[in-house]
Design a protein around this ligand. Sequence first.
Ligand code: ZN
Length: 502
Amino acid sequence: MKDKLNKLKSLLLESHDLTMVASLLNWDQNTYMPTGGAEARGRQRALLSRISQEKSTSPEVGKLIDELVTNIDYFDEDSNEARMILKAKRDYDRAVRIPPPLIAELFAHFSKTFQAWMQAKSSNDFSLVAPMLEKTLQYSLKIAEFFPEMDHPADALIDQFDPGMTVAQIKPLFANLRKELVPLVQNITNREIPNDRFLKLYFSKDDQINFGERVIMDIGYDFSRGRQDLAPHPFTTKFSIDDVRITTRVNENDLIDAFFSTVHEAGHALYEQNISKEFEGTPLDRGTSSGIHESSSRLWENVVGRSYEFWRHYYPILQEYSGDNLATVSLDEFYRAINKVTPSLIRTDADEVTYNLHVLIRFGLELDLLEGKLTISELPKAWNDRYEEYLGVRPDNDTLGVMQDIHWFSGPIGGAFQGYTLGNIFSALIYSSALKASPGIPKEMEKGNFEPLRNWLSDNVYQFGSKYPPIELLKRFSDEPLSIKPYMKYLNNKYKSLYNLK
Ligand code: ZN
């Protein structure tokens, strides 16, 4: 059996390496490639993904997986080997369900829709992309049909990003969250709005980059196994466990936009850089789900990066980096400014509290579309109505409304949004578990020492890569049933004192 497993690993490594080469092309495309390179690059990436897919779904791979699964008792139940085989089976089963001609069709449709969306967005005309989106909805339902064992059409799409999670599990969680968040946001917006004008002063690109890189080095991002470059839409990418790269964007009239984006991406990268080396190139060598990945990025960005303890250490340092900009601004004023809550139209600009409402709106609309309760032509109005209902704001046009995010215009409808809010919910659960085990974490943070927190995360989350599906991973260190309680406790504590709420 060991020989068979080694054979499987070497076959999957080839497919894996091709995917990593395709990621390198993608990284280059989003950072340094001249625009003229786009056409050839698209072709080259498509070729690599096709060959990689052929390798990972070959009959030889399928046969080896079958034999290994039949004899899984040969390995200890919780061993890396057994888990690797089961993960390989899961990946293989998913990959062979959808016939290759349909995959090619989907690929072509999504890239055409993406082009139409860019056009429609810049001319603020939803009708230019509506027929394509109509087709996307049909394709999304078609994908779901290949997973008849799942209860809800969205389940097949969610399962790809958040393995094992379902509408039945997420819907009540999100409904509870909405019940708690809407009044919290209303209470906050009834209070005095903190002054944050000083955050919009000039802050040079170099100083922003230098300050951000100093901080992420302190939290543990390893620059000898990574680098940071500029990109219009920040992202993290990985070519191996020892080469995990991040990107950021800089607005010289904003003191914190680049900073929090850098910390967010570094939170993703810390996860990937700290996966056990033993998993390199195997089905276990990446983060286990969107939700757990986002829990790491949001934990570092929000729970740590927007905390008072953190800025007790870094505020004087930031002041040094930013000339006279913050000379007369106190730490308390700064802390209130970076935690200002305002209902807004754009998800990616939203604060930590209202952010989830943006996600809940999208998740709810996705379910309605997939369940046939809503049509594409009704979508823009439904979007605006929900913004009014959840956040008390209404977009004037569809560019600021339904067309703002790339997700539905470059992939299926369903599966891509829930991970953001699951990440927030998980981040509080994970942080409270870390505090229980290591109560000195905040005190150390005040000294700029993140080792206790990072070590706890490495030991309990990062090192395992995809060995455990998300819910099983959480259960290993927390016996609480999955709920929004730790997250609401975190938000209520923080914002009650920030806004003097009762
Ligand atoms: Zn993220």
